[in-house]
Write a protein that binds this ligand. Structure first.
Ligand code: AHR
Length: 704
């Protein structure tokens, strides 16, 4: 996504405004250096929600590649039978489970790959095969090479077999089908109606009773029109039984990483200049039950050893994007890991008490930290090296759990302290983050021992609440713990946010930025959403409304909130400039149900103009951010107290909408985009009109 660069300097610079008594006046005090801006103020938060990885960032195109999504039927797969008069075929999941007849169980490849798909071809007068629909379509792009791979073996029909001495009833006799499977197997990316083949190739299936991995590259032609109306097909014209497992199709990935990520989504994150990535959740860290936490150990190494797991958002993550991939993601975006470790509390409300029963969880977290940052001579550091990354990753913060305020038992105090002590003993340099914050849940706060160094606060609000609370951090105790705003968003618009949400976000961010001596880190959530709605074969892709970056399998786009994040992240100094404000206009906030419970009957007045300023001491650039939440143009007087001289021309970037509901979508991705202008008339005191419903950045340059 590109920023529109429109240089309308003359026009924008020549506008003159009458200042009246009501004109808001902002004074930037440049006479003394302000506090430091936290160098990690803006980062990203991620988890497997809304098909963020499978069907999202993780570039794998095959849905249900190891046939474990649904033990009853091969979700995502369909049978191809070109001519039902001349061919007869069926397909079936063969699950490595006790309820499967013994004869059909002997098809595991590894402990992770115990289920497979069997294609039975009884008559093969025309093409028969299996098709994968991908994550709401296989994306076809011109001149593109796709790496396909799969495990395959062929056989004749199974003859009933009874384990010696088994009491199991005899199996019904299977139809007798000869094994004619050896020979060419055709692999295609084709339109869903099968009429257009975009890319094709063959592999030669060898006669063997053992599994074998087949690999090939499929390349599309230069004249192919991009489409997501496509499927991946493996087909034959010979009878026999065909067994498939770990079927994979990768398009080009970011930095050509094997098992890597989508380039477009990676680039959008890189453009935000994030300083960290909080992972693996969110609820995804915890899982529904105590047995469902993010299983980091089984997300390492070869895909053949990754069984996937239950997940927290109604679908089964493949864990193709596992712990190492999270860490490489950090590396690729130039940020460090903020690692959430599972702390013995799950989403159903169960917890493990502090003490000996919790110790295995603590040990698991210590192993995980060792994998991330341990020397190659350590057990887990050596594993990381064996996985291809000998260099330790940078780690400063470890978050103990996620949203443990939901655990009303009060057990977090003991659990947090047990984790903190064990982590401090082995890694004194690490800082542990508590997921319970004083401001939000004072009664549940960790009270044993010293106060937690950092508290994670989460805020999901509408824009009114964001505007009303944008200055909440102005009042926080500077002697208390530092604050990590580990999840926050203005929730308006679906699946991605609208302009009003972006105005809520921007106002909120000015508050965090002005207080970034206290707010050491912050990250918006959720980051990603696959925007596909339900089809006849696949459910709606997302579980959570109001997300930052939307996509289908072919394209992606940024919400207005994304552009605000990008604007704030890439225009940040290293010193906070203290500001004072006069005549800030207000508007009445509509009363809520909560107000009536609290006995509030007069609508509270909420500001309509928000501001923050930082300075880069190296370049001398002042970044002034201004937000106008109303539909009126709003002049603002700016006083640069103590600036000396300032260049008369400044760069200005504006994000705005015609109305609060305006938004970007997958079909209209660039309705709201930042516009860059040059403006004149900058002086020690000047006035700028703020456009209706706008976020404005001014880059002011002091001169000698
Ligand atoms: O961001 C969506 C969810 O909101 C997260 O998984 C959870 O931590 C929070 O409740």
């Amino acid at each position: 996504m590109k920023t529109k660069n429109i240089f309308l300097s003359l026009l924008a610079g020549s506008l003159v405004f009458t200042i009246n008594a009501q004109t808001p006046k902002l004074t930037l005090d440049l006479t003394k250096p302000g506090a430091n801006v936290s160098p990690m103020l803006y980062g990203l938060m991620t988890e497997e929600i809304n098909h963020s990885y499978d069907g999202g960032l993780y570039a794998e195109l095959i849905r249900n590649r190891i046939f474990k999504d649904n033990p009853a039927k091969p979700d995502g797969w369909s049978l191809i039978q070109e001519d039902t008069n001349t061919s007869k075929a069926s397909m079936k999941i063969i699950a490595g489970q006790d309820n499967v007849p013994f004869d059909e169980r002997r098809n595991a490849i590894t402990g992770a790959l115990q289920s497979c798909l069997r294609l039975t071809v009884e008559k093969a007068g025309s093409r028969v095969g299996i098709a994968n629909e991908g994550y709401w379509g296989i994306p076809v792009k011109p001149n593109t090479s796709y790496k396909a791979s799969f495990y395959l073996k062929g056989s004749a029909s199974i003859q009933p077999f009874r384990r010696p001495g088994s009491q199991q009833p005899a199996q019904p006799a299977a139809p007798v089908i000869e094994d004619n499977t050896a020979g060419p197997i055709t692999v295609t990316i084709e339109s869903n109606d099968g009429k257009t083949v975009y890319a094709s190739g063959t592999v030669n299936l060898v006669k063997s009773t053992f599994w074998k991995k087949y690999e090939l590259t499929l390349t599309t032609a230069a004249n192919v029109k991009p489409t997501a109306d496509a499927r991946f097909v493996i087909s034959t014209n010979r009878v026999g039984l065909y067994y498939f497992n770990l079927v994979s199709l990768f398009p080009p990935t970011y930095k050509n990483r094997t098992n890597g990520n989508r380039p477009d989504l990676m680039q959008m994150m890189v453009d935000m200049k994030p300083k960290f990535l909080r992972f693996p959740g969110g609820n995804f860290l915890e899982g529904p039950l105590l047995t469902d936490a993010f299983p980091w150990k089984q997300t390492l190494g070869a895909l053949e050893n990754r069984p996937g797991h239950k997940g927290s958002w109604g679908y089964r993550p493949s864990d193709g994007l596992g712990l190492l991939e999270f860490l490489l993601w950090c590396e690729d975006i130039g940020g460090e890991a903020v690692l959430g470790v599972y702390a013995g509390y799950s989403l159903n409300g169960d917890h493990v008490d502090a003490g000996p029963l919790l110790q295995p969880y603590v040990d698991d977290a210590l192993d995980e930290i060792e994998y991330v940052m341990g020397d190659v001579k350590t057990y887990w550091g050596a594993k990381r090296a064996a996985d291809g990354h000998p260099a330790p990753f940078k780690l400063t913060y470890v978050e103990v759990g996620n949203e443990d305020w939901f655990d009303r038992s009060g057990s977090y105090d003991g659990r947090f302290v047990q984790f903190r002590e064990a982590i401090a003993k082995k890694y004194p340099q690490l800082i542990c983050i508590s997921t319970i914050a004083d401001a939000q849940y004072p009664d549940l706060m960790v009270k044993s021992g010293k106060k937690p160094a950092v508290l994670d606060e989460h805020y999901y609000r509408n824009s009114w609440a964001m505007w009303e609370n944008a200055s909440q951090y102005d009042k926080y105790d500077r002697k208390g713990p530092k604050i990590f705003v580990g999840e926050w968003a203005t929730r308006e618009g679906a699946p991605t946010t609208n302009m009003n949400a972006a105005l809520g976000d921007a106002a909120w961010m000015t508050g965090m930025e002005r207080n970034s001596d206290l707010i050491i880190m912050s990250c918006y959530a959720p980051l990603f959403v696959n925007v596909n709605t339900a089809t006849s074969t696949a459910p709606k892709a997302w579980q959570w409304d109001s997300d930052l970056i939307g996509y289908n399998s072919l394209n992606s786009y940024g919400s207005p909130s994304y552009y605000v994040q990008k604007l704030f992240g890439s225009n940040l100094g290293n010193k906070i400039i203290p500001m004072t404000a006069e005549n800030i206009p207000t508007q009445p906030r509509p009363l809520t149900r909560r107000d009536s419970t609290d006995g509030i009957t007069t609508p509270p007045q909420v500001p309509t103009v928000f501001y923050s300023a930082t300075k880069d001491l190296k370049t001398g650039i002042i970044y002034l951010k201004l937000v106008n939440t109303t539909g009126r143009q709003q002049p603002v007087e700016i006083n640069l107290k103590g600036i000396g001289k300032v260049l008369p021309e400044a760069t200005m970037i504006v994000i705005k909408g015609d109305k609060p509901e305006d938004t970007n979508t997958i079909t209209e991705p660039e309705k709201i985009m930042p516009v860059t202008l040059k403006v004149k008339g900058i002086a020690a005191t000047f006035t700028r009109p703020l456009d209706p419903y706008s976020v404005t950045l001014l880059q002011l340059q002091a001169s000698k």
